[in-house]
Structures are given as structure tokens and as C-alpha cells.
Write a new protein. Structure first.
Length: 264
């Protein structure tokens, strides 16, 4: 069998979770070729089905039809990990959403949640996630929708949190906030998909058991240089639901997708 291309982000949670799989530390019959890209770039590439395995935002699924199928392992979801809206001064969410507001991509779950909780959006400016804080701080945009490690560092830019969209989602649904999952292309053999899911679960389990093993891989690929921030990022986004979505995780994903259909 030819190599299976596996797309995931260079963010600490992904490099931590998938280090063992991509470095031959878990047994698998699959040959895995890592492809590390920003989550919005992975969302875009999924439209052509370029990668056999890929991390994708749940917010991107509406445009993919039946091209990819969700695996139960490797997802990013939980409580207290949702996207934030930030600005240079305290504002209401409605005021911040009047724009211009920088977002990390229209296909991200973060943008789906923003549209849900602030349907009267003004001008939207798409920026790579790691450029948003500076764009807000400099006055290039009035507000920013932030994800990943930016939730730990926005205060260093003198910014205020306008709204925690994950907190709003959790209050509305009593479910974890589903951000992104691992998907297998639908044309893959069923046995290959099952082995990919098993191997990803084993990789997450390995990193939980050996948390220091991925340190250099995480550090080399992280945008944030602070070890403290990297560790906080991993602790927030990699949890027991990353091993298996479970019933609560599946309900959260289904609820999000149903809400997306209602809002569209």
C-alpha cells in the first residue's frame, strides 16, 4: 500500500497527539506521511479530497458532502477551549461583530460559532490565526476571532476578551465545544480507516503515557516560543475525548452540525 498522507496542524496539541504515530512509536501496518498545514488550509484542501487522512474543522463539513468520514479518535473538543472574540477595549459582542473583524477562516468552527452568536456580522477579514492579535492591536481591524494558543497571549497585546464563544455554546447546549476532528477519505478501504483510527488512538495514548517524548517535535513546530504556553495549549486541547469522542462528543458534533444547518 502507498503512503497515507495525514494532514494536521503544526500547533502544539496536534504535534503532541500525533508525534508517536508519525515517528514510528506505535505499531501500525500503515505508512503514514505527515503533512502539516494551518487548519484553514487543511479545510480548503479537503474540498478536492487531496489527503487521505486530515484534521478538519467541524465548521468545514457542510461543503464536503460525503467526501470524508469522521474517525472517533484524535479530535479537539472539550469544555473551556472555545474561540474568543477580542478587541482593544471592552465591547459587547454585537459591537465587536459590527467589524471589521479578523477571523482565522470562514471554514473554521470558530467562524461558525461567531455567525451563530453574532448573526449581524459586519465586514469580515480573513487572516492566518497567528496574525490576528497584531491586526487587532494595531487598529487594522476592530476585533478579532482567536483560536489556538492566542487565547493564552491576547493580554500581552493589551487586548480585552469581548466574548468566549465556547462558554456561550456550553451554556446553550450543556455539551463540550467541538472544534475539529480527524477524517478519513470515504474511498479508503474500511479496514484502512479502522486501522488509522486505532493507530491515532494509540498515538494519543502513547503521548499521555510519555508526555516528554514529543517535547522537541512540539517546540520545533510551535508558533509560540513559551514552554508554559505550549504546555497550557496541550493540556486544554488534548484530553480524554481525544482518545475517543464518546457519546457526549458525538452529541456535541451532531448538535453543532444541526445548528449550522439551522443558521445557514
Amino acid at each position: 500500500m502507498s503512503a497515507i498522507r495525514f494532514g494536521f496542524s503544526p500547533c502544539p496539541n496536534d504535534t503532541f497527539a500525533f508525534h508517536a504515530l508519525t515517528h514510528g512509536l506505535v505499531e501500525t501496518a500503515l505508512e503514514i506521511e505527515p503533512v502539516m498545514l494551518d487548519i484553514e488550509e487543511l479545510n480548503r484542501r479537503a474540498r478536492s479530497g487531496e489527503l487521505e487522512l486530515s484534521k478538519l474543522s467541524f465548521g468545514a463539513l457542510a461543503g464536503l458532502g460525503e467526501r470524508y468520514r469522521l474517525l472517533r479518535s484524535g479530535a479537539a473538543l472539550g469544555f473551556g477551549c472555545g474561540p474568543l472574540v477580542v478587541a482593544r477595549e471592552p465591547l459587547s459582542l454585537e459591537q465587536a461583530a459590527a467589524g471589521p473583524v479578523a477571523v482565522p477562516g470562514r471554514l473554521t468552527t470558530a467562524f461558525l460559532l461567531l455567525r451563530h452568536f453574532a448573526p449581524r456580522l459586519g465586514e469580515v477579514v480573513e487572516l492566518r490565526y497567528d496574525r490576528i492579535l497584531e491586526a487587532v492591536a494595531s487598529g487594522e481591524v476592530a476585533a478579532g476571532l482567536i483560536i489556538h494558543e492566542s487565547r493564552f497571549t491576547y493580554g500581552e497585546h493589551g487586548l480585552a476578551c469581548v466574548s468566549d464563544l465556547g462558554e456561550l455554546w456550553e451554556r446553550e447546549t450543556c455539551l463540550p465545544t467541538p472544534l475539529a476532528g480527524i477524517f478519513a477519505r470515504a474511498d479508503l478501504d474500511e479496514d484502512v480507516r479502522a486501522e488509522a483510527e486505532r493507530a491515532i488512538r494509540a498515538s494519543v495514548a502513547y503521548t499521555f503515557a510519555n508526555p516528554g517524548a514529543s517535547f522537541e517535535f512540539v517546540r520545533e513546530n510551535a508558533q509560540e516560543l513559551s514552554e508554559e504556553v505550549r504546555s497550557a495549549h496541550i493540556a486544554l486541547y488534548v484530553n480524554e475525548l481525544s482518545l475517543d469522542l464518546g457519546d457526549a462528543g458525538m452529541r456535541a458534533v451532531e448538535s453543532l452540525l444541526e445548528q449550522a444547518r439551522t443558521d445557514s
